[in-house]
Design a binder for this molecule. Structure first.
Ligand code: ATP
Ligand code: MG
Length: 581
């Protein structure tokens, strides 16, 4: 059916909405795709809904292609399953909670692991039933602290969430791999530039979790990529390349220096350069940072010393990711008081090890490297303390900050920082939820076997925003063909009866050929029509106007900006060719 601009429920805006900061938000509102109802809550108007539905369709096709079956859960959920997994509490203020008339607690689902697990448990019982992959495309609710960028971070949003259920780890990794491939296909199809980043360093084994980030300066996620390869990773997942170990033989002996008033790396380096005949930089120093950690379920905190080259800060997020699932906290005054061997500003590896404090170092601290570090005595440092000779760390830890210019872990190029929008997340959940609900299959040997799960999310409504973010210019949106609200935007540029009739004819012929047409049949000036066509962003614009007198029409490519004159008689077949690719 031809969509006529004269009756389409659409009012475009010339001005950017006051609350919009990022281009996709501004343009989706101005082009009449979405309207704000409350912070992070949006309505979809006809053109926006078409794009959303087309994205959903791509997602459905790729899910079907890997054998995932679609089901649909309610968004309104009872509290009990979420209490069983403790998420009723863990989710904190992000959870929308409500009560029914009998005063029972309910929530609006932020994600549905519990329901999927319970549903499979309700239907399946034998090993013969597995594996199975289920998904839904559902409205999710999260009371985000900072809803922003329109539909990019909403409080109500559409997510595709799927879950895999397998009998063993090999099955899980196969299901994970299939989802990964499906995601590559679907993000390629919707025309996004994206990277796949390891979400964590994979300390728990392999690629247990990966995120798909659409490249965008306005994104909230930072990651690093290599200048010399396609390596990309979350900052938390970067593995520092270790230099080769050196011989300890020919190293000068360690020597304690009186270094008055040097509690910081900067003051220390200045002092040494002024008072010795060697040249030191912050990178020659070993900074020892003390934290305390606590394993889940335990009461007692344990001290942990971390040694990093003095020119780098400890990145708390990297530290936390490395120690997960243990908690980390900074030391309080009382901790220093309880451990008098910790001399603030002058902590060295020696007293840590003498006092049984676990000591982990940056991977750059390899055997044979010599360091300037604390001598465990106020105003004293030791120079030429050699790793593997004078101290032996208990291991290495990824805690130091990652910087632009660092060598890429894959050995090709250096790292640069970039930003992205998280559009998908695949995750090997393991048995967390099957343990919580006792999801077992009766095995071939008659014994129960605990099911292992994966969870896989795509931000469907966020995708519309991410695609808009990557596909626009100063004049408006420019949709990739696969998700555009229509194929061809026909502009009637002239009041002339023959122009109008010919444009109507062409629109009808295109429509009959299965091409989705928006026809601008309004009685406004061609200038207004062109501006709206650029704003709305349908990939091909057909202008029927003055040229008709010479037997030609104009075909504009919204993305490349190219304009071509085409014989009016050949325009329809030409356009059918363009649309079908
Ligand atoms: P984020 O880090 O952006 O808050 P998340 O890690 O909490 O996302 P998941 O729980 O992994 O998100 O959800 C799966 C997908 O749902 C995400 O990859 C993202 O694309 C989408 N998503 C999550 N939160 C929102 C939101 N508030 N608005 C729109 N889409 C969202
Ligand atoms: Mg995520």
């Amino acid at each position: 059916m031809i969509t006529r601009m004269s009756t389409l429920f659409l009012r475009t805006l010339r001005e950017d909405p006051a609350d919009a900061e990022v281009p996709s938000h501004k343009l989706l509102v101005r082009a009449g795709y979405v309207r704000r109802v409350a912070p992070g809550i949006y309505s979809w108007l006809p053109l926006g809904l078409r794009v959303l539905r087309r994205v959903e369709e791509v997602v459905r096709q790729e899910m079907a292609a890997i054998g995932a079956q679609e089901i649909h859960f309610p968004a309104l959920l009872p509290k009990e399953p979420y209490e069983a997994t403790n998420r009723w509490t863990e989710y904190g203020p992000n959870l929308f909670r409500l009560k029914d008339r009998k005063n029972a607690d309910y929530l609006l689902g932020p994600t549905h692991e519990e329901l999927f697990t319970l549903t499979v448990k309700g239907e399946y019982s034998s090993y013969k039933d597995y594996p199975v992959m289920l998904y839904q495309i559902q409205t999710k609710y999260r009371d985000e602290e900072r809803p922003r960028a329109g539909i990019l971070r909403g409080r109500e949003f559409v997510m595709k969430d799927s879950y895999s259920f397998d009998l063993d780890d090999e099955g899980l990794s196969e299901s994970y791999q299939r989802h990964r491939e499906a995601y590559v296909k679907l993000f390629d199809r919707v025309g996004l530039r994206y990277v796949i980043v390891a979400a964590t360093s994979g300390a728990m084994g392999g690629s247990a979790s990966e995120e798909f980030l659409a490249e965008s300066e306005t994104g909230e996620d930072t990651f690093v990529r290599s200048t010399g390869s396609d390596y990309a990773a979350n900052v938390e997942a970067v593995i520092t390349p270790a230099p080769p170990a050196e011989s300890v033989e020919d190293k000068p002996a360690a020597e304690v220096h009186h270094t008055p008033g040097t509690p910081t790396i900067e003051t220390l380096v200045d002092f040494l350069n002024a008072n010795t005949d060697r040249k030191f930089t912050a990178a020659d120093t070993l900074k020892n940072v003390l934290v305390k950690t606590r394993r889940p379920g335990e009461q007692e905190w344990e001290l942990l010393g971390i040694g990093v080259p003095g020119d780098r800060e400890v990145d708390v997020k990297r530290l936390e990711a490395s120690l997960e699932p243990a908690e980390v906290a900074l030391l309080e005054e009382s901790d220093f008081a309880a451990n008098p061997f910790l001399v603030k500003g002058y902590i060295g590896p020696k007293s840590l090890q003498d006092n049984g404090v676990r000591y982990l170092v940056d991977p750059r601290v390899v055997t044979g490297t010599a360091w300037v570090t604390g001598a465990d005595k106020t105003d004293h440092h030791v120079v030429d303390l050699v790793c593997g000779r004078d101290f032996t760390p208990d291991g290495t830890i990824e805690a130091a900050e990652v910087r632009e210019g660092d060598p890429s872990p894959d050995g090709h190029g250096t790292l640069v920082a970039a930003r992205g929008i998280e559009i998908g997340h695949i995750f090997q959940l393991g048995r967390k939820y099957s343990d919580a609900f006792g999801l077992d299959a009766l095995g071939q040997d008659g014994k129960p076997k605990r099911i292992t799960m994966g969870s896989y999310g795509v931000g469907v409504s966020r995708l519309v925003g991410a695609i808009a973010e990557q596909n626009h210019d100063d004049m408006g949106l420019a949709w990739p063909r696969e998700v555009a609200p229509a194929d061809v935007h026909v502009v009637i540029a002239g009041k002339d009866e023959t122009v109008r009739n010919r444009a109507e004819e062409m629109a009808a012929e295109l429509d009959a050929a299965g091409v989705q047409v928006v026809l601008d049949d309004r009685t406004v000036s061609p200038g207004v029509k062109f501006a709206d066509a650029e704003l709305v962003g349908i990939p091909t614009i057909l202008v029927v106007g003055k040229g008709l007198a010479n037997g030609v029409v104009e075909v504009r490519d919204r993305v490349s900006g190219e304009r071509a004159e085409v014989a009016a008689d050949e325009a329809v077949s030409h356009l059918v060719g363009v649309v079908r690719g």
